[in-house]
Design a protein around this ligand. Structure first.
Ligand code: ARG
Length: 574
């Protein structure tokens, strides 16, 4: 095992068990006073009504740590401080120089995990909410897939429902080829608003639209063909946006709302047979336990409307059912903005009540906050419309290009364009992923594109600088099993940070808190800066030179893998 913290925890756990007579969680954490600190003795002492320092001493009497630690101390009220032996750090690092996975183990139980993300709506511009879902969902896909799970991407496109009546009628009004043109070049808002405008102003149009909805639902062939045109053109546009963003969604991942149409009656029938359906104002509803409105009355989840139509909730129940039964997923992620939290919780609870979701599978809402403008309000254009996603990305790339031209005027034009793209798109993604996803964040080009601070350009630049160390010297980092020299304090700090990667990945895969990965990478780059300032690399010799080259190489590789997992490219030269 190369997970150092895990190794220490394991050793302590068995000592704790001997002292307590039962399993105790002895988890350790990084500390300022030593490498690691374990507070477990305090909680155990409270439980046993004993002196914590005495407990700590007893733990240490039982723990086998001498092969790992050079110093073990009890401090303060009963903390156990552990200092890892330099030789151990050197051996563990040597053990990962040949490992593409940088010490990250494959999961003991690989799972099938569905990730529902992006999910824009047909013939409607993607907005910043979809931007967040796409960025966060893509990071989830990358981390879980890299960990070794089977990940199934599900793009729950909004491609069904009453708006299609007016959209199809508008398409007929302007002609199919004009409509296809508008949609495929991304004038989705123009198209949608024109339809909406007529619907609101023109009764005859409204009437046609309503009839068209009925025709669509009853499977009228011409109507379906027109609907298909709308959906296909929109998909083309969304695929272009994904390509621009460098996300891993493909045409095959679209499983839009319409995909579930023929499963909705079965959903109703099953819930009915289980006795979960109740009629409320003509609609068939479930009332999942624990959801009430402000006056304490149970809240309904409408499965089938009084006119026989199905809505968003029915479709989402069908997604759970299919992801469990057909895809055999054991973890179902829904990357959707926090305002839909209650909807999803009600859907999950219903699925549990129906015993679709059991203990062998879990559904999780991966929620997120809003993107705010500089005024602290939800991001809008000056005209008040919601901001177009591609415009945000384009602007970031343009600004990145200017910054790169200034920083490195010698870069040829082609490389400069590629670097600008990596930096611009990377900056937008990193700004999103480096904040706690449940919080709102301010969209601020200057900050996200800065080469200082916790930003993508800072990390990309840090890595490119390491690449240039190797480039200049024409050397390569040695790989192999020779233990490294880890003697200087800055070398220790860097070594410990590198060895924390496997534990960090496990934690992020579980919590899907990508800001932890971002902060880890920032701390790694900072640790590297300290090391590089105070520990000469190319001017040293022998095994010190070899060890320092390995530290450089492992840092560059960890930065590259970490950024890649966040969906961010790391150019070798900037
Ligand atoms: N299309 C929806 C929207 O734009 C998001 C769908 C999220 N996924 C889901 N399974 N409900 O708000």
């Amino acid at each position: 095992m190369v997970n150092l913290e895990g190794l220490l925890t394991e050793r302590l756990a068995s000592a704790f068990e001997q002292v307590a007579g039962m399993p105790v969680d002895p988890s350790t954490r990084r500390s300022q006073h030593a490498d690691f600190q374990c507070d477990g003795a305090l909680a155990l002492a409270r439980r046993l009504g004993r002196n914590p320092r005495e407990i700590a001493a007893e733990i240490l009497g039982h723990a086998r740590l001498d092969d790992l630690c050079s110093a073990v101390e009890i401090s303060g009220p009963g903390f156990v401080n552990l200092t890892v032996a330099p030789g151990v750090l050197g051996r563990l690092l040597a053990g990962i120089t040949d490992d593409e996975r940088l010490g990250v183990p494959l999961p003991e139980r690989p799972e099938t995990i569905t990730v529902d993300y992006s999910a824009p709506n047909t013939a409607k511009e993607m907005h910043v909410g979809h931007l967040r879902s796409t960025i966060i969902g893509d990071a989830a896909v990358r981390v879980l897939e890299w960990q070794g799970h089977t990940v199934v991407r599900q793009n729950h496109l909004g491609d069904w429902g009453t708006p299609f009546g007016m959209l199809i009628e508008h398409l007929l009004d302007i002609g199919e080829s004009e409509a296809a043109h508008e949609l495929s070049v991304g004038d989705l808002n123009g198209f949608y608003q024109a339809a909406r405008g007529k619907f609101d102003a023109d009764d005859a149009f409204k009437d046609r639209s309503r009839k068209r909805v009925v025709a669509l639902q009853s499977g009228d062939e011409t109507t379906l063909r027109l609907w298909h045109t709308l959906v296909a053109e929109s998909k083309k546009y969304f695929m272009a946006v994904y390509a621009r963003m460098g996300v891993r969604l493909t045409e095959e991942d679209f499983f839009g709302e319409s995909f579930y149409n023929d499963q909705l009656h079965a959903v109703v029938d099953e819930l009915d047979a289980l006795g979960l359906l109740r009629e409320s104002e003509g609609a068939k509803c479930v009332f999942p336990e624990g959801f009430t409105n402000r006056t304490g009355e149970p809240l309904p989840l409408i499965v089938q409307k009084s006119d026989g139509g199905f809505g968003y909730a029915a479709t989402d129940l069908a997604t759970i059912r299919r992801r469990l039964r057909v895809l055999h997923a054991t973890r179902l992620l829904y990357v959707v903005g926090s305002p839909q939290s209650r909807h999803l919780e009600m859907v999950f609870e219903t699925a549990r009540d129906a015993s679709w979701l059991t203990d062998s599978a879990r559904a999780q809402h991966v929620g997120f906050g809003s993107v705010l403008g500089s005024d602290g309000k939800v991001l809008r254009t000056r005209a008040g419309a919601s901001v177009k996603l591609v415009d945000l990305l384009d602007e970031a790339v343009i600004r990145a290009a200017a910054a790169i031209a200034e920083k490195n005027p010698d870069l040829d034009e082609e490389s400069r364009a590629a670097v600008a793209r990596a930096v611009g798109i990377g900056a937008v993604k990193y700004a999103d992923l480096s904040t706690d996803r449940l919080k709102d964040y301010r969209f601020d080009y200057d900050r996200m594109l800065s080469f200082d601070g916790n930003t993508a350009p800072y990390l990309q630049y840090a890595r490119a600088r390491i690449c240039s160390i190797f480039g200049k010297a024409g050397v390569q980092a040695p790989r192999g099993t020779e233990a490294l020299v880890v003697a200087e304090p800055d070398e220790r700090t860097l070594a410990l940070q590198l060895l924390a990667f496997p534990g960090l990945i496990a934690e992020v895969a579980d919590s899907l808190e990508f800001h932890r990965l971002a902060h880890y990478l920032f701390d790694l780059a900072t640790a590297f800066t300290g090391f590089y300032e105070r520990c000469p690399v190319l001017r040293s010799e022998g095994e010190v030179l070899r060890s320092r080259l390995v530290l450089c190489d492992l840092t560059a590789r960890t930065l590259a893998v970490g950024l890649e997992l966040l969906g961010i490219e790391a150019p070798d030269r900037m």
